[in-house]
Each structure stands twice: as structure tokens, then as C-alpha cells.
Design a protein around this ligand. Structure first.
Ligand SMILES: Nc1nc2c(ncn2[C@@H]2O[C@H](COP(=O)(O)OP(=O)(O)OP(=O)(O)O)[C@@H](O)[C@H]2O)c(=O)[nH]1
Ligand SMILES: [Mg+2]
Length: 239
């Protein structure tokens, strides 16, 4: 049976904003969860003498083979967006599919739920601070990605929480916007520079869901997506 041209189990279209300071791992998150389904449209190579000096505690150059990483590191200009289908199967596994794969999905009999997700991967550089304010509008959930090796990235969380509160008061809806905070770069713990959730919990609103993640190893990423899906599930039932 079709609902809006979508297979049974279709839960609706949801806007997901991804925000966080520059270099925190927003675009890496998109790449990690979407793989080939995601092609950053607006990334440019991070210029070592400008962007890299934004914060002296940045860690992007430490990842992998330090030298080539520094050359390859990119930064998002204004925005990347991606419209994808998230499928939760009867066996509770999560899959991502391109928007043109609806017909294939309709042939399957192991699908529990399908969500159309429109992701907005914002630029984190301060000169683009006006972007999250715009993309936040109409968001069904917000993912804040924090560089867990950088206190100034943690410090910016309250700024994003404020933007979310502004959007909630604009919408004037009963339901609040689900917030998922990823304390990213957990793989750098062994280098002694990862802050860890315990030391920042007190700084962050109790309402947010906190996950320790690494876009290098994938640690915590699945759990964070499942948290997102459970919020969207609840939203689709309350609408
Ligand atoms: N070690 C480690 N490095 C990471 C992780 N996530 C991202 N990086 C690295 O951090 C750098 C910046 O990641 P991006 O995903 O481009 O950061 P961003 O948040 O999109 O940055 P802007 O686009 O400037 O806002 C890249 O070199 C990534 O490889 C992680 O979990 N661990
Ligand atoms: Mg980016």
C-alpha cells in the first residue's frame, strides 16, 4: 500500500540539522553514516594558515597519517545537504538508501519503518554562524557535534542550545526539538586529549542525549542514529 508514494511503514519527512564548531566532525559524521550516498557539495581544503589557526587546540591534523591528513582536511563552506531514506528492518537493523530507491524498497518484506531524512550539515566556522540560525528553522531534530578534544568546542554547545530554544519558541509547539549531542573524537582518548562525557555532563542541558563517538572507528555512531530514530518514531506518532 502507498502512503504519499512511499511504501507501507513510511513515517514521514524529517529535517535534521547538524551543528557544531569547525573541525568537530560534522561532515565526517555524514560520510560515516551515508558513505557513497553523501557527496559534500561545498567543502574546500582547509588552508593551514587561516582555518587551522581558528583554534590552536584543533586536532584534525592528528588523525591517521598526520601529514597527508593535514593536506586533505577540508572545511564546509555554508552548507551540505543530503536527502536520504532511513530504513529500520523487522530485525531492527538500520540501513540508509538513496531517494531513488523507493521502488526497490517496495519489493522487500522485511521493512518495519522508513523515514525520509533531509540532513543539513552546517559550516562550523564562526564566519558562517548565521547558517545554523537559518537551517535550524523547521528542524525536527538537531545533532550537535562537539570536538571532544577541544574545550572551546564544548563551550559553544550552549550557543546552539540557545538557537534551538529560539526555534522552539518560534514554533510554539508543545513538543520540544530532540537534541543529540555527540562528544566526538573518542578515538583520541589514548592520546590523552579526549575530554570524556563525565567532565562535561554538568555543563549540558539534561534534556539532550549524550553519546561518545568516533568518526574514525565508528564507536557510538550506531547508537546515536538509533537514538535519533526513536525520537523521530515518537514524533511521527504524536503528529
Ligand atoms: N581522530 C578523529 N578525527 C576526526 C573525527 N571526526 C572527524 N575527524 C577529523 O577532523 C577533521 C574535521 O572533520 P570535519 O568532519 O571536516 O569537520 P566539520 O565539523 O565538518 O568542520 P567544518 O566543516 O569546518 O565545520 C577531519 O580531518 C576529520 O578527519 C574523529 O572522530 N576522530
Ligand atoms: Mg564540514
Amino acid at each position: 500500500m502507498l502512503q504519499h508514494g512511499m511504501p507501507e511503514g513510511f513515517k514521514g519527512v524529517f529535517k535534521i540539522s547538524i551543528v557544531g564548531s569547525t573541525g568537530s566532525g560534522k561532515t565526517a559524521f555524514m560520510k560515516r553514516i551515508l558513505g557513497d550516498l553523501f557527496k559534500p557539495q561545498s567543502d574546500v581544503v582547509r588552508r593551514s594558515n587561516t582555518e587551522n589557526k581558528v583554534d590552536s587546540t584543533h586536532t584534525w591534523f592528528r588523525v591517521g597519517a598526520a601529514k597527508s591528513q593535514e593536506q586533505e582536511s577540508t572545511t564546509t563552506l555554508s552548507l551540505n545537504s543530503a536527502g536520504i531514506l532511513l530504513v529500520r528492518t523487522l530485525f531492527n537493523s538500520i540501513e540508509f538508501h538513496g531517494p531513488n530507491e523507493v521502488e526497490n524498497l517496495m519489493q522487500r518484506d522485511d521493512i518495519e519503518e522508513i523515514y525520509k531524512l533531509n540532513f543539513f550539515d552546517n559550516a562550523g566556522q564562526e564566519r558562517f554562524d548565521f547558517m545554523p540560525d537559518i537551517t535550524m528553522r523547521g528542524s525536527d531534530a538537531v545533532i550537535i557535534i562537539v570536538d571532544g578534544t577541544n574545550m572551546s568546542s564544548v563551550g559553544k554547545v550552549n550557543y546552539f542550545l540557545e538557537l534551538i530554544r529560539d526555534e522552539e519558541s518560534r514554533k510554539n509547539e508543545e513538543n520540544s526539538i530532540p537534541i543529540i549531542i555527540l562528544l566526538n573524537k573518542a578515538d583520541l582518548l589514548e592520546h590523552g586529549c579526549y575530554i570524556g562525557l563525565d567532565s562535561i555532563k554538568h555543563m549540558i542541558s539534561a534534556r539532550a542525549n549524550l553519546h561518545e563517538t568516533s568518526m574514525v572507528t565508528g564507536e557510538g555512531v550506531d547508537d546515536s542514529i538509533r537514538t535519533l530514530v526513536s525520537h523521530l518514531h515518537d514524533k511521527s506518532h504524536s503528529n
